[in-house]
Design a protein around this ligand. Structure first.
Ligand code: DQA
Length: 148
């Protein structure tokens, strides 16, 4: 059984209402439910941490080094400029999945840079709400491989 930390960054608490043509109509609470159910069905536990503040995410990632087996992170726009988040994740030694509802590479130029991708085990983007189930399954696969 693994402890998985799901981190939601800036503006994600507005999901459901925010630009539904891009992000869909599923709320953050519903996305967390999808992730939690998937984690539990695979025998894992999930904690969710949501904030608009980069420094709070950095603090949570530092704490997570002691207590979590994997991180799934959708940092919102912090993805594209948050170098302190990059450094915090670089110091986390277990699997990291970068997660986006949309596909930032199919959008504006500035979204094509991710400070998280270079330190992520893998990236799931463009699959909308399904990505939250897929991210848990990806973590499960990575952790199983690690103990083989
Ligand atoms: C996002 C993509 C980011 O570019 C954007 O700033 C978000 C959401 C996504 O899930 O598609 O806030 O991370």
């Amino acid at each position: 059984m693994a402890n998985i930390l799901l981190i939601s960054g800036s503006n994600l608490e507005l999901l459901g209402e925010r630009e539904p043509e891009i992000y869909g109509t599923t709320t953050l609470v519903e996305l967390v439910e999808i992730a939690t159910k998937t984690a539990e069905s695979l025998g894992h536990s999930l904690e969710h941490f949501s904030t608009n503040a980069e420094d709070e995410i950095v603090g949570k990632v530092a704490e997570a080094r002691k207590s979590f087996d994997a991180i799934i992170i959708n940092p919102g726009a912090i993805t594209h400029y948050g170098w302190s988040l990059h450094d915090a994740l670089a110091a986390f030694e277990n699997p990291i999945v970068e997660l986006h509802l949309s596909n930032p590479h199919a959008r504006e130029e500035w979204r094509k840079t991710s400070v998280v991708s270079p330190v992520a085990s893998g990236i799931i983007s463009g699959f909308g709400a399904d990505g939250y189930r897929m991210a848990i399954e990806a973590v499960d696969g990575l952790l199983k491989k690690a103990i083989q």
